[in-house]
Write a protein that binds this ligand. Structure first.
Ligand SMILES: [Zn+2]
Length: 210
């Protein structure tokens, strides 16, 4: 196993929930509580464009403060939520150290006319709809990690076939191997963190499907 010496390890915790009635905010709170050992409270929203707390990315307003011997250390809860278009599959991501983005789509969700024209960088090329969907979830995850969403034109981002960022916002993009626990639903997903050249370790957790 070789890794670049300057790579920093980043741990990302993921949960996939199946069903149309999933309470994503409650599930996110459960995931963060389970990993961090502290209840972060209920997530609110933060819109980067207008500052609203009614929409935008999920945030926990009250990061916990862990008392230590001589000072108090702030613990961050960077989180992201994605739902497939039919809303039957929900993906959650939590990273304690860096802003994180997750995107999930059903297989071949990008199989529509004109996809290449609206989504591909001039130097990108896709052989088939699976590649198109993978490219899309990678770009979406990266934009969500930065909190910009589709305010950034996906055509300005160029990714290598490996997912490495050639042009676009800084970060590390990793494909997600989905657990076999989503029966009958085939999805493609990716996660991204804003740290470049990160050694991303993805942990997939089972949560109760309430
Ligand atoms: Zn807004």
């Amino acid at each position: 196993m070789t890794s670049r010496p300057q790579q920093l390890r980043v741990d990302v915790h993921v949960a996939i929930l199946v069903g149309g009635n999933v309470d994503a905010d409650a599930a996110l709170r459960t995931l963060v509580t389970r990993i961090s050992g502290r209840d972060p409270g209920h997530p609110t929203r933060s819109c980067r464009s207008c500052g609203s707390s009614n929409h935008g990315r999920p945030v926990f307003r009250t990061p916990t403060h862990e008392p230590t011997t001589c000072h108090r250390r702030r613990t961050h809860h960077y989180v992201s939520i994605s739902r497939t278009r039919d809303r039957d599959v929900t993906a959650l991501a939590y990273c304690p150290t860096h802003p994180v983005g997750i995107d999930i789509e059903t297989v071949n969700a990008a199989a529509f006319d004109g996809f290449d024209a609206v989504a591909l960088h001039p130097y990108e090329h896709c052989e088939n709809d699976r590649e198109r969907t993978q490219l899309w979830v990678r770009k979406e995850a990266l934009l969500k990690a930065h909190g910009t969403g589709l305010a950034t034109d996906p055509r300005r981002i160029q990714l290598a076939a490996t997912g490495e960022i050639i042009a676009g916002p800084l970060g590390t993009v990793t494909d997600l191997d989905l657990p076999a626990s989503a029966p009958g639903i085939e999805c493609q997903a990716a996660i991204a963190v804003t740290l470049p050249h990160a050694d991303v370790h993805c942990h997939v957790w089972q949560l109760p499907n309430r």
